[in-house]
Design a protein around this ligand. Structure first.
Ligand SMILES: *[C@@H]1O[C@H](CO)[C@@H](O)[C@H](O)[C@H]1NC(C)=O
Ligand SMILES: *[C@@H]1O[C@H](CO)[C@@H](O)[C@H](O)[C@H]1NC(C)=O
Ligand SMILES: *[C@@H]1O[C@H](CO)[C@@H](O)[C@H](O)[C@H]1NC(C)=O
Ligand SMILES: *[C@@H]1O[C@H](CO)[C@@H](O)[C@H](O)[C@H]1NC(C)=O
Ligand SMILES: *[C@@H]1O[C@H](CO)[C@@H](O)[C@H](O)[C@H]1NC(C)=O
Ligand SMILES: *[C@@H]1O[C@H](CO)[C@@H](O)[C@H](O)[C@H]1NC(C)=O
Length: 441
């Protein structure tokens, strides 16, 4: 009985299925025909008329009503306007006839003047009438956003020449710090930022690691700061890993550290294979990072044989897509709508990123065509965007830390490459915990 039923069901299936499919097909065809019949083409009133052809026929192709790029951007935000002028100036198609581009010419004249004295008032941006209603740090940024070159006060010209090999360090760690953060720097030197040969976590390959700290100026002339310059000099004599430039070390000036570091890298350490750039309150599992980088390096070298592409485009971090600028005036990330309009390009936030040395040199080149932006992570995203590259996301970069219960558990860090944020004390504790051979995780 049962078998008979099953057989019947199968027959039913074999008969019904094609019927149903044909039915669906018929419905689809019907709907398509109906849609096609009911479609009327949009009415376009303006037509392109080639010279020599007499007009008023509907057979001519339509053309856009305005130019396909925006010529003026009159009512746009300040940064967008300034960038727009540069984009036009550096556009290879438009470069043939500079006389046609009034605003770019005007701006480049201003800029020539500003190279010699970038803080002069003529350099402060022309179209900004109500600068005074801007928050203080925004105003300070706008006044100095033409200035991109600051002298080095403390340099490490020999940093990457200490060993005579033609290869640079496997990993150059560039850590943004502030003059007063002695304790952070020391904790980093003693833990994850140790200079020298560092083993990979899997105990296979390691690599030569070099660490530099990126500092601006913080003394009585830049704010109510105690003068710690003598202590800093002492620290530098002992460790030789401080880079300091002559600009005010403020939140909105952090972009300068990236920019100036790229210039330094170009001059003093162009052979570094990878660069880690991060803050002095993060924790990095350097060994694990080296393992990861070795893998990427090997992959790149395998592909190189086929593509002849010597540049490596690695850029990883905690990637944020489609972010809107912060419009809350009380926060330190506040960007007024009059300064920047639109979304941010994809960027890596959260205290640290890794990129290849060759990419760093290209970022340096392209940054000369990107206006300074007050938030450093976003600025890197903008430069990447202009190189036609996207930062890649790596789940090992933790901006928002581990869940509270896991923080003390060394096993929870197994897949972590970077975690934000850790005090110097926590760095030392965590480092010690992670040194002991991995037990049963
Ligand atoms: C084309 O048609 C418009 C009105 O539709 C008319 O004003 C115009 O003079 C015509 N142009 C020519 C060249 O015939
Ligand atoms: C450049 O543009 C101006 C104004 O648009 C024009 O008069 C001039 O002939 C152009 N020069 C060239 C070389 O195209
Ligand atoms: C670099 O040189 C130092 C001594 O000058 C040495 O201890 C270290 O092993 C060298 N590193 C490499 C990778 O050769
Ligand atoms: C590097 O090379 C120079 C000469 O080329 C030599 O005098 C120096 O001792 C070498 N340094 C190391 C660390 O090998
Ligand atoms: C950045 O540094 C320059 C040079 O010291 C200073 O003039 C400017 O005000 C600083 N910008 C901000 C936003 O603090
Ligand atoms: C790579 O370069 C070599 C020599 O420079 C050349 O012989 C080879 O054809 C190139 N391969 C490709 C895929 O371009």
């Amino acid at each position: 009985m049962g078998r008979f039923c099953k057989c019947n069901g199968r027959l039913l299936c074999m008969c019904l299925l094609p019927c149903m499919m044909t039915g669906h097909l018929l419905v689809y065809i019907l709907v398509t025909i109906l849609v096609t019949i009911s479609y009327t083409p949009p009415k376009i009133s303006v037509h392109y008329i080639a010279s020599g052809i007499s007009a008023n026929s509907s057979v001519f192709a339509s053309h856009p009503l305005g130019p396909f790029w925006n010529l003026r951007l009159v009512n746009s935000a300040l940064w967008n306007q300034l960038q727009h002028a540069w984009d036009r100036q550096y556009n290879p198609i438009l470069q043939g006839n500079k006389t046609g581009i009034m605003s770019a010419k005007f701006l480049s004249e201003i800029e020539d003047e500003c190279l010699s004295d970038c803080m002069s008032h003529t350099c402060a941006v022309p179209h900004m009438h109500d600068l005074n209603s801007m928050p203080e740090q925004m105003r300070a940024f706008i006044w100095s956003m033409h200035c991109r070159e600051y002298p080095l006060l403390v340099n490490q010209p020999g940093m990457c020449r200490r060993n005579n090999s033609s290869f640079g360090p496997m990993l150059l760690m560039a850590i943004k710090s502030q003059v007063g953060n002695f304790e952070n720097r020391q904790a980093i030197r003693e833990t994850w930022g140790r200079s020298g040969l560092v083993k990979g976590e899997s105990n296979k390959k390691g690599g030569l690691v070099r660490t530099v700290f990126l500092l601006g100026r913080q003394d009585s002339s830049t704010g109510p700061h105690p003068n710690l310059q003598n202590l800093l000099d002492l620290e530098n004599q002992k460790y030789g890993d401080i880079l300091q430039w002559d600009f005010r070390d403020t939140f909105f000036n952090l972009t300068l550290k990236d920019l100036l570091f790229w210039h330094w890298l170009h001059q003093y350490c162009p052979t570094a294979i990878f660069v880690f750039k991060g803050d002095d309150d993060v924790f990095v599992r350097t060994g694990a990072l080296l393992d990861y980088l070795h893998k990427q390096w090997e992959k790149h070298n395998q592909w190189k044989a086929y593509t002849n592409k010597t540049d490596m485009d690695l850029f990883v971090g905690d990637v944020i897509n489609n972010a809107m600028p912060n419009r809350e005036p009380s926060t330190k990330y506040y960007i007024p709508e009059r300064f920047y309009k639109g979304r941010y390009p994809p960027y890596a936030g959260g205290g640290g990123v890794v990129y290849s040395g060759s990419l760093a040199l290209r970022l340096k080149e392209v940054s000369e065509k990107v206006r300074l932006f007050p938030i450093d992570d976003v600025y890197l995203g903008m430069c990447m965007h202009r190189l036609g590259l996207l930062p890649s996301h790596h789940p090992g970069f933790l901006t928002f830390d581990l869940p509270g219960t896991d923080r003390g558990d060394p096993c929870a860090y197994r897949s972590v490459l970077l975690v934000h944020r850790r005090s110097p004390k926590e760095m030392l504790t965590l480092w010690k915990q992670l040194q002991s051979p991995p037990g049963r995780c």
